[in-house]
Design a protein around this ligand. Structure first.
Ligand SMILES: Nc1ncnc2c1ncn2[C@@H]1O[C@H](COP(=O)(O)OP(=O)(O)O)[C@@H](O)[C@H]1O
Ligand SMILES: [Mg+2]
Length: 220
């Protein structure tokens, strides 16, 4: 099957080389869960994949094209949920959504009544100011924003960390639906439950990404 994502020998150096040689290919419908201890470079890797940070070597290919040569491809192909919620706190939920959404008013109304915004429970809090929301609600809004323009690739940086059991379940339900509809997910996580759900489990360690099989210890 054709690859949606090809990461070829990507490296990143701050003072030291945090990412040394990262390679990974993902096809449509794949859900990759990346584990790795604090400071192993997970956020750096997702920043590169989202186009918000430049690598110091290697190549990134989405649908056969290099998004660093045509940055419009990042916004066309990628929805990104960063580790810190990227929300504007002093305005309402709906204001945040309107800023991101590229469709029409009619399409937005439909998302509130039957689409992703309804599914995420955002219809009932659309007029609330973001600063008054719980951590779980803010996370749901961030995920909704990443999905609202129907990107074929979804990147999530520790999406369930600090969420309670109900919200974790909601997020996973959404990801399952997204995969089923043909999306491709790369997420970082510390939560072992994600290992059961993902189609592919990887460990980032010493600047290199390697596949883990089902039984292998993660933090040995
Ligand atoms: N902008 C930066 N400048 C310098 N060092 C950084 C920067 N961002 C991250 N680092 C360092 O790179 C390493 C990996 O960080 P990070 O990608 O946040 O890892 P993780 O998400 O796995 O915790 C850490 O040692 C961190 O201190
Ligand atoms: Mg991180």
């Amino acid at each position: 099957m054709d690859n949606v994502i090809e990461i070829k020998h990507i490296g990143k150096k701050y003072k030291e080389w945090v990412l040394k040689d990262i390679s990974l290919s993902c096809s449509k419908g794949e859900w990759a869960a990346i584990y790795g201890s604090n400071g192993s470079g997970k956020t750096t890797l997702l920043e590169i994949l989202s186009g918000s940070r430049k690598p110091d070597g290697g190549e990134l290919v989405y649908f056969g094209r290099d998004p660093f040569k045509n940055r419009r491809l990042f916004s066309e192909y990628v929805g990104y949920v960063p580790q810190e919620d990227p929300l504007i706190k002093d305005v309402s939920v709906n204001d945040n959504i309107r800023l991101w959404f590229s469709g029409s008013k009619k399409e937005l109304r439909e998302l509130y009544t039957g689409g992703i915004l309804k599914l995420m429970g955002l219809d009932s809090i659309k007029n609330k100011r973001v600063s008054t929301l719980s951590g779980g609600m803010k996370r749901r809004l961030s995920i909704a924003l990443a999905l609202i323009n129907n990107p074929p690739i979804l990147l999530l940086d520790e999406p369930v960390t600090a969420l309670d059991i109900k919200y974790k379940a909601d997020v996973r339900k959404i990801l399952k639906g997204y995969i089923k509809s043909g999306g491709t997910v790369i997420m970082t996580t510390h939560d072992l439950r994600d290992r059961e759900l993902a189609t592919r489990v990887l460990l980032l360690k010493d600047g290199v990404l390697s596949d883990l099989d089902k039984e292998e210890e993660i933090y040995g």
